[in-house]
Write a protein that binds this ligand. Sequence first.
Ligand SMILES: [Zn+2]
Length: 369
Amino acid sequence: MPYDTEGPRFDGRFSDGQTAAAHNVRVAFHERGLVILRDGEEQLIWPYGALATAEPLSTHAVDALVSYRYQPGASLFVPSGGFARRLAELAPHLTTSAARRRAATPWLWAAAGVVVIGIAISAMQLSPARTIASMMPDNVRNALGERTIRAMTEGRKVCETPAGLRAVDTLSHRLTGAVPTGNRFQITVVDWGLVNAFATPGNRIVLTRGLIAKAGGPDEVAGVLAHEMGHGIELHPETGIVRSIGLAAAVELMLGGGGTVGNLGAMLLQLSYSRQAEREADERALDMLRGAGISANGIADFFRRIEGLSAGSNEGDGGGGVTGMLSTHPATADRLRRIAAAPRYPSTPALSPADWQAMKTMCGTPAGE
Ligand SMILES: [Zn+2]
């Protein structure tokens, strides 16, 4: 249904995010939203409330790069100061003053609200660290995640054969596509003999070569990955950091906008999760595995396998050990029982044989070594 638009029209470049090309479009303001007029294609309307801009709109803006929450990846660039000013009037949340208010929000919460939060927390049995973690802006979560990944991969090779990356991607999308939480994860495989997997802030996960090598099949890797994703969805890594550095330092961190995160990577390596966190991550994992039609046995099989390995070895936890995974994710009998008790459903292997092979060899080291 075409929208009637009056008033000026602006020239812009539109990319739908699906194909690489950008197209010339005309853009107009309608009371319901921005109308994008495309040659030979239907009009788009982007309601003002769901718009975002790359930079907050100031009165001196000479252009605007606009995105729309419900069309991820699509972007609209309009090189016109007049357009930017009119957009700022119709969508005031995009302006610099709105951005300043937003930046101040965590600070206000922390400064003025600590007492209130404290009372609410004790009344509602909420964890203060969890509450602060949930207020952490995305740029801080991402900066923390990047720092952590850098610390973990320092001096180690990141495994990135094209076929291996495709296999990891396939598995990751199969899992996240199965649940409506909308999280998307960035997964890094590291050439590291340690058997472990880590979720970091900002929806990032590290898997080690050692873990893939010790897994008995793709379902076991899928189970571990789903469990780590569960930690990520529940904001356990963020919560762990807030808990470790303290609430005041966490607020400072958030004020610094991620520029002052310091070296927290090593700290995350030491974090171990509570039983409750493990249970929450398992529940998320079981949901994902069921939605994706991947057997839930993999996760229990994997923990049993590394438990057996650690019982039968005299090695310490020196780099190549298998006990790292067990110390950061305690595999209590209770957990294994709950996983075993989950209802059965039809399942298919988590990866094709070719993709599994690609994942096992993506560090350039023969599998099973
Ligand atoms: Zn865990």
